[in-house]
Design a protein around this ligand. Structure first.
Ligand SMILES: [Zn+2]
Length: 414
């Protein structure tokens, strides 16, 4: 080709590409505007409106997530508003069905994960038989292609709990891949399928023995309060299938080194240290979850020096030691664990509390462990109101189930 011909060709192809790109760009912007406009109002939309929108899109064979996002969000909010009602259950089923539809059309792990997550969520929060049976079925169907032991278990669950459901009938038709022999065989996987099975979690109730930790209203000593909460957490995590170990189960003193060493020796998957906060300012209250850093501002240094059992002045020296101990890879995972826990605590609380968020501090006990580790300050015992709550058994349970949920989320169950 001659030079100007080549140039001409290039220019034409460039033009087409540009044209194409601009078109995509404009479509994207239009879609974004439409989606954001709709998302703002989708929470208030009725089930019928959402369903008719869904039907229109599906009849056109549309399978882009962006197009369905607002519908899914709408269903999700209807479900969350009343997870046990008929309408709530319908919305849950539609949401799950949409994820299954998108998963079939797109064959991406992302949608498979959404199917799994929303099915687990429905099973966890809804008592409605229709929604639950469909969720069992969705998980069964998802795992059918992947893990035989898992899908057999979900089949068994479905057949045991909802033998007359449409889903059970559908599953029973699936004879080829399933025999009653396998069904019995699958029962022994039940324990392995608990959300935290195979995980080793070390709970570390702060202080103990000669070290009482902070003291607060109503004669609360930190060491006693955190042991009580830690024991509740122990039961809760155990119920979910984890192997749970406590650094102390009685009122005894253990050094911070020993606590970290304990977690390492048992090859823990997560380390959760439980503490209660104190401040001269009696108005301060709230819950916060920490993960490790070697740097910190004055405020966190104050908490860290107290929890490390040294004066703020000595912190400088300790920080230097910590730099050598810290493994960076661990910090990333720990920050996720901290976020999951902090978020879920606030989902479970029935009382409004101050969310002090996820923060970083140089805690000695966190530096020594080789695993994902966090330190939770469950509240201020120097705040009269919060101290009273912290003594309340049902409030303690709320905190504990939040931590539990966070841990499950972290290990990817929910
Ligand atoms: Zn403490």
């Amino acid at each position: 080709m001659r030079v100007n011909e080549i140039l001409k060709n290039k220019i034409t192809s460039l033009k087409t590409v540009l044209h194409y790109k601009i078109n995509i760009f404009l479509t994207l912007i239009a879609a974004l505007i439409a989606v954001s406009a709709f998302q703002n109002v989708s929470y208030g939309l009725s089930y019928n409106t959402l369903y008719s929108q869904e039907k229109i899109l599906r009849s056109k064979n549309v399978a882009q997530y962006t197009k369905f996002k607002f519908i899914i969000a709408g269903y999700d909010s209807l479900f969350k508003k009343s997870p046990n009602s008929y309408k709530g259950a319908l919305a849950a089923i539609r949401m799950l069905d949409l994820y299954r539809y998108l998963s079939r059309k797109n064959h991406s792990l992302f949608f498979q994960d959404r199917v799994r997550q929303s099915a687990y969520e429905i099973i966890k929060y809804s008592k409605n038989g229709r929604a639950r049976a469909y969720s069992y079925f969705a998980i069964y169907d998802l795992y059918k292609k992947q893990k035989i032991s898992t899908y057999l278990l979900w089949k068994k669950k479905l057949l045991d709990e909802y033998p007359d459901s449409w889903e059970a009938k559908l599953v029973l038709k699936d004879k080829k891949k399933f025999s009653s022999k396998k069904l019995i065989f699958s029962a022994k996987y039940a324990d392995q399928l608990k959300p935290l099975s195979g995980k080793i979690i070390v709970i570390d109730p702060g202080h103990g023995g000669k070290d009482p930790g902070a003291s607060g209203y109503f004669g609360i000593k930190e060491k006693n309060l955190v042991l009580e909460i830690a024991k509740k957490l122990y039961r809760s995590l155990k119920k979910e299938g984890a192997t749970v170990l406590l650094t102390r189960s009685t009122d005894r003193f253990i050094t911070l080194e020993k606590r970290a060493e304990f977690a390492n020796r048992h090859h823990a998957d997560a380390f959760i240290s439980i503490h209660a906060n104190a401040s001269r300012n009696k108005k301060l209250s709230g819950i916060e979850t920490f993960f490790l850093t070697t740097k910190a501002d004055k405020k966190t240094l104050l908490i860290a020096s107290r929890e490390n059992g040294i004066t703020p002045a000595q912190m400088g020296v300790l920080q230097k030691i910590l730099v050598g101990l810290v493994q960076n890879a661990k910090i990333g995972r720990s920050s996720i664990l901290a976020k999951d826990i902090q978020e879920d605590i606030f989902k479970m609380l029935h009382t409004k509390r101050t969310n002090l968020g996820v923060r970083q501090a140089p805690f000695y006990v966190l530096a020594g462990t080789k695993v994902s580790s966090v330190l939770i300050e469950v509240g201020f015992i120097t705040n009269r109101n919060e101290a009273k709550l912290l003594l309340n058994k049902s409030y303690q349970e709320q905190i504990v189930s939040g931590i539990s949920d966070g841990v499950e989320k972290f290990f990817g169950y929910k």
